[in-house]
Design a protein around this ligand. Structure first.
Ligand code: ADP
Ligand code: ADP
Length: 234
């Protein structure tokens, strides 16, 4: 069965006495190990879709299964628990905690999981090494460049080893060297570690890695393209 299954999912925002459907009847199945790119114009519902998949928000109508479990009506505490176990976020705004150094930012999600923190710090050091920041462990976010902050955010998103990685324009504001680095890193997570990756991006280099591309328009799926090695999506 699919890792994620959305059945007739709606997200309706109420503003005063008007309603707006940011998502209007989404049906989508995502299998384990997919590299799914979400495309669509501004306002088409991409962030809303990511928030639902990431267990950050609940649908107004419809059903979402994650690992065959219905997550569409869960209480926030339960949703947060599943989010912590299943989802790694690579969002553009980094969301690093400004008062914590790089290492502490990476260990934080493990503390939420009440993991063994001696092991936790070892894993944080390993991850910071993987992203090439061993010498910046003690730096606060304000003492890092944009690309370095993004790499700390990546290390943090992997700290609890989640099976699903959600990324929102991960290469958006970065120089091409850091962008390439992140591209290769995501590719490795997908191909070597079998992670399921779901990305909102317009970066054509990332689209080339996709197994499928979902096009959103006005809160609906306009089309889904399947990509192959012989004929990558573009
Ligand atoms: P995208 O990520 O594709 O730009 P979003 O998912 O952010 O699109 O937004 C989809 C639509 O829903 C937009 O028209 C946006 O204005 C609206 N929207 C998003 N969040 C809210 C909210 N909290 N309240 C009201 N409308 C919202
Ligand atoms: P990049 O070329 O990656 O954008 P920057 O030019 O922003 O890097 O920074 C160069 C180096 O200086 C980086 O290694 C960064 O960690 C360090 N650095 C930047 N700002 C500060 C700061 N406020 N305090 C300490 N180190 C800093």
């Amino acid at each position: 069965s699919p890792l994620i299954k959305m059945i007739n999912v709606w997200k309706i925002y109420e503003m005063g006495d008007t309603e707006f459907a940011a998502l209007a009847g989404i049906n989508l199945e995502i299998n384990e190990g997919e590299f799914l790119v979400v495309l669509g114009p501004s306002g088409s519902g991409k962030s809303t879709l990511m928030n639902l998949i990431g267990c950050l928000d609940l649908p107004s109508k419809g059903t979402i299964y994650l690992n065959s479990k219905d997550i569409s009506k869960l209480a926030e505490s339960e949703l947060a628990r599943i989010r912590g176990q299943m989802i790694g976020f690579i969002f553009q705004s980094f969301n690093l905690i400004p008062t914590l150094n790089a290492e502490e930012n990476v260990t934080l999600p493990m503390e939420f999981q009440e993991a063994d923190m001696q092991k936790g710090r070892k894993r944080a050091d390993y991850l910071l090494e993987v992203v090439g920041l061993s010498d910046k462990k003690q730096n606060l976010p304000s003492q890092l460049s944009g690309g370095q902050m993004q790499r700390v955010a990546i290390a943090r998103s992997l700290s609890v080893n989640p099976p699903i990685i959600l990324a929102d324009e991960p290469t958006g504001n970065l120089d091409s060297k850091t962008g390439n680095y992140i591209l290769n890193f995501l590719d490795g997570l997908h191909k070597k570690e079998g992670k399921t990756i779901i990305i909102v991006t317009h970066d054509l280099e990332i689209v080339k890695l996709a197994t499928r591309v979902v096009y959103l328009k006005d809160g609906k799926i306009e089309k889904i393209e399947t990509c192959t090695k012989e004929k990558p999506c573009e």
